[in-house]
Structures are given as C-alpha cells and as structure tokens.
Design a protein around this ligand. Structure first.
Ligand code: BMX
Length: 279
C-alpha cells in the first residue's frame, strides 16, 4: 500500500516510494526552471519507472498555490508555473493512479505534524528555501489553499515586495553578488563558517527577518512549535541564528523553534499521507 510521492521545488524535485513515514526509495532531479510542468512530470515519470506496479496512488507536494488540483505560481521568481495547470489530473493520466496535490510547505507541515517534530500538536512549518513557504496544522487539520503562504506577506516590507524576496536563498545569492562575492547559498554558508564577514552579515539579516516572522506567527496561531525546514533553514547555524534573536524576549511571547525531524523528506511523507486520506 505505497504511494508515489513527489515534491516539486524551485530548485530540485524529489520523487519517492513512500509507505507511512517510510521512504522505500528516493531520487532527486534538478527542476529545469525553463522547461515547464509537462516536462517536469515527464522527467519524474522517467525516474519513477522502476517503481511501476508498486504504488496505489500519487501524492504531490509542489511549490506554488494549489486549489482543487490546479497549480499556479504566486511568486513566479520562485518557479514560473502556467496559471491553473491541472497538476492532479495530468499526474493521474501519466501514472494511471489517483493523484492528490497540495502545496509543498503545507505537505511538509502535515508530515511533521503526523510523523515528525510536530508531535501531533498544533504545528506551523516554515521552509526557508528558494522561496519561503509555510504550512499550518490546527486542531488536527491542515489549512490548504492560500493559507500559510508566509513568504508572500507584504506587511513586513511595507508592501515593497513579498517577504521572501528579502530573506530566501534567492535573496542571499543576489545579496552576495551585490557585495561583490557571487555565490549560491551553500557557498555563502561555507564562507560564513570560515569567518567571512560579508557572508555572516547576509545570514544574520535573513535570520533576523525570519525571527520577526516567527514572532508574528506566534501571535496568530500560538502553535506548540514552529518547525523549520528547507535547504537554508536546515543549513548548519541558521536555526541558531534565528533563535538568537529571541534572547531577552519574555518566555510567553517567544516561539519554540525546532528543526524538521523528517529533514528534506517532510514534503513527500506529508503528501503521501494526505493522498492516502483523500480517497
Ligand atoms: C513561494 C511560493 C510558495 C512556496 C514557497 C517555497 C511559488 C511558486 N511558490 O512562496 O507556494 O511554498 O515559495 O517554495 O509561488 P520552494 O520552492 O522554495 O520550496
């Protein structure tokens, strides 16, 4: 009773064979940013070929807005998706099994809530990644559709841009280039560990903005925990840099941050579980 679970992000795509919280097999594919959804699905089908006959359904977690199986970009800079692409229907056709699709961070929030650091209690999940994604689980239910898209908040920037445009991995790389050190996020973290001031400054600035976001989230949902994931969020030192911003904050106001215990599998595990319930 396994699920073909797919997590389509702005930088990479995971395809996996999942049963419960168990990942039986997994492959990572670069998301070819210019190619478009038909080509992304075709690449997944090619990689998933060896699992044919072993799954009953397809569960998809994808960056962007998903409503009723249709897929659109909210921030095309994270990934350009044609408006209203019939993701669930296309996947159903391609893989010959029922398919259910949900936003990537919403899927990860659900995965962490059920099987990971969320411990079956009210959970907010934040992925600090190519963009910033968010997912909310309250009273045992995931909020779907637009809910939890914290990277798209404009209050924190006085309406100037989506919040993620001044926080995410994409912003870090752009900042590094502006500082005269063209580097992608992993390199920026490496340089910071070696003591490069410019790299430390970029990480601290991003972390400080995420800390403010977490304080706001605490006011809105008072979750037991805010679970942090994503390539940037899980990079060594990042979570501590966010947590350092809460020093001196009254304990009843301070959010409790924890790392995603399912790591980069949170999205595929959550999407698989949601697909199993959606019959
Ligand atoms: C953006 C938005 C969210 C997504 C988040 C993280 C798009 C294409 N995506 O805010 O739906 O959850 O990025 O996505 O509008 P990731 O690709 O960085 O994991």
């Amino acid at each position: 009773d396994a699920t073909l679970a797919i997590d389509i992000g702005g930088t990479k795509t995971l395809a996996a064979l999942v049963r419960g919280a168990q990942v039986l097999g997994k492959t990572t594919i670069a998301t070819s940013r210019q190619a478009g959804p038909d080509a992304w699905l075709a690449a997944i089908a090619e990689h998933a070929h060896s699992w044919a006959g072993r799954y009953e359904r397809v569960g998809i977690a994808a960056t962007g807005l998903i409503s009723d199986g249709r897929w659109s970009a909210l921030n095309p800079a994270t990934l350009a998706i044609p408006d209203g692409y019939p993701l669930a229907a296309q996947a159903c056709k391609l893989f010959g099994k029922p398919a259910f699709a949900v936003n990537d961070a919403q899927a990860a929030a659900w995965g962490e809530h059920r099987f990971g650091a969320g411990a079956n209690e009210d959970t907010v999940f934040l992925t600090i990644s190519t963009g910033i994604g968010g997912g909310v689980v309250v009273n045992g239910r995931p909020l779907l559709g637009l809910a939890g898209h914290f990277g798209l908040l404009r209050g924190p920037t006085n309406g100037q841009s989506p919040l993620e445009d001044v926080v995410s991995g994409r912003w870090m790389a752009a900042e590094a280039a502006r500082a005269g050190y063209p580097a992608e996020a992993p390199e920026i973290f490496r340089k910071a560990r070696e003591g490069a001031g410019w790299a430390e400054a970029i990480i601290t600035q991003s972390a400080a903005r995420v800390a403010l976001l977490c304080r706001d989230i605490q006011m809105m949902f008072a979750p037991k925990r805010i679970v942090i994931g994503g390539g940037i969020g899980l990079a060594p030192g990042y979570l501590d840099a966010v947590g350092a911003q809460f020093e001196g904050l009254a304990p009843h106001l301070a959010p409790r941050l924890v790392a995603a215990s399912l790591g980069s599998n949170a999205g595929i595990i959550g999407a698989a579980d949601l697909a199993g319930r959606h019959r």
